[in-house]
Ligand binder design. Sequence first.
Ligand SMILES: NC(=O)c1ccc[n+]([C@@H]2O[C@H](COP(=O)([O-])OP(=O)(O)OC[C@H]3O[C@@H](n4cnc5c(N)ncnc54)[C@H](OP(=O)(O)O)[C@@H]3O)[C@@H](O)[C@H]2O)c1
Length: 277
Amino acid sequence: MILTESIGVIGTGKMGTSLVRGLLKEKLVKPDQIFAYDILEDIPMKLAKDTGINVALNNLQIVEQCTIVFICVKPQVFETTLQKLQTKFTNDHLVISIVAGVPLITIERLTGTARCVRVMPNMALQVGEGAAGFSLGTRNDNRDAEIVELVFGSLGKVFQFPEYLLDAVTGLSGTGPAYVFVLIEALTDGGVLVGLPRQEAFILSAQTVMGAAKLLLEQNVHPGVLKDAIMSPGGTTASALQLMEARGFRSILIDAVEAATKKSQFLGQNNLLLSDR
Ligand SMILES: NC(=O)c1ccc[n+]([C@@H]2O[C@H](COP(=O)([O-])OP(=O)(O)OC[C@H]3O[C@@H](n4cnc5c(N)ncnc54)[C@H](OP(=O)(O)O)[C@@H]3O)[C@@H](O)[C@H]2O)c1
């Protein structure tokens, strides 16, 4: 399925820009179908120069011109941005918010009669390897779910969840790239410690993480199966894993996901949308 609708993007920061580039790279839309606006005018201008999309004069033009509207602004400005547009949305609009911590009830309240979807993607959609969860609002039909699955499925993996689980998605895959960046940085330091030059150690670390993940996803087996395949009796892997178990490597990661999930719940419930995503 290719999208025939006109697509609006409100906020072309890191995520909005990645989304536009991803949609075009996957050929889901043509450049002239996309209208983007950002308070920082230079960003959509540059994007337009690179890709041929349209720069909207303002957010109102996006709502008037587009039937699918992605909201990609920071949580702190979500309400003020949409308040000005509230009466312009109709049920012909599909509003897809990727804004962390803003619940569907708020999105629906601020978008008139539009059909609304809340998505929690992650940064890796920039390279077509994102991981996202989404929830439908109260006014959607199946086609809306198909559109979200098409867009975010083209930019990685996507699953539908009841909304209360989006905090868990935030804690796992929304925030998760940061955990992996720390992992890669630490592996690199380990490589340097044992004598490797830093740049080569970094590439070896990042490639190892990517290769291991690819193997797992392609072979679709339990991680323990592949771990066992590497771990020979009395070998190097066994020594390393003994140390990782003793230092609580697994429980640190489990606790990290739980901590981020709880923080996401807390910020959402208390309307403290000072998100770092
Ligand atoms: N980055 C991630 O890894 C990640 C992951 C999951 C979800 N998200 C969500 O994605 C959203 C965007 O994140 P981001 O990292 O792309 O943020 P970002 O780089 O700060 O981009 C947001 C852009 O929106 C602009 N903006 C502010 N008010 C606007 C308005 N009224 N109309 C149009 N544009 C406006 C901002 O300009 P100013 O800088 O001048 O305000 C900025 O250029 C956030 O809500 C975040 O929660 C991000």
